[in-house]
Design a protein around this ligand. Structure first.
Ligand code: GDP
Ligand code: MG
Length: 162
């Protein structure tokens, strides 16, 4: 079976945009409305000659009920079952309490994690990415999922972790 790379993070950080970028086509659901990806969705992908599965997940939130809680549980299941995790953070917002809570879950899951500092659309935003060293997950990889900036280097790191 192909190795699985799960893409996780709180709502609206750009997980699905990143998955589309990885796939090179518009397939994962992206909307301006937060939290639109409800379930884990698996896609077959290829990068640098390696085939793998990329799993888009819904936005993880803490202390939620009903559908949001089910979405969060699915995201937790993805963290626990994937071979490696791409943790997406919105570098224009910085590390939030929710991001810190995800870090705890990731530590518990014990899978290799690559920290994707998303929405670094230009060089001026690199400093925002560097601020995410504070999460304690190692090097933040500056990425613009929207424009493709940095996604190759981030994927190299993720595939190295598989
Ligand atoms: P998800 O909820 O984490 O899956 O986030 P989406 O992929 O649906 O994206 C949420 C919003 O962030 C959308 O309006 C995207 O266009 C926007 N977005 C995603 N990636 C980037 C990026 O690299 N730069 C900027 N400026 N916006 C982005
Ligand atoms: Mg999504």
């Amino acid at each position: 079976p192909l190795p699985v790379l799960a893409v996780v993070g709180r709502p609206n950080v750009g997980k699905s945009t990143l998955v589309n970028r990885i796939l090179g086509r518009r397939e994962a659901v992206v909307e301006d409305r937060p939290g639109v990806t409800r379930d884990r969705v698996n896609y077959e992908a290829e990068w640098a000659g390696r085939r793998f599965k990329v799993m888009d997940t819904g936005g993880w939130e803490q202390d939620v009920l009903g559908l949001d809680a089910a979405v969060a549980a699915q995201a937790e299941f993805a963290m626990e079952t994937a071979d490696a995790v791409v943790f997406v953070v919105d570098s224009t917002v910085g590390a939030t309490d929710t991001d810190e809570a995800v870090v705890k879950l990731l530590r518990r899951a014990g899978k290799p994690v690559v920290l994707c500092a998303n929405k670094v659309d230009g060089p001026a935003a690199e400093a925002d990415a560097a601020a995410l060293w504070s999460l304690g997950l190692g090097e933040p990889h500056p990425v613009s999922a929207l424009h493709g900036r940095g996604t190759g280097d981030m994927l190299d790191a993720a595939l190295n972790a598989l």
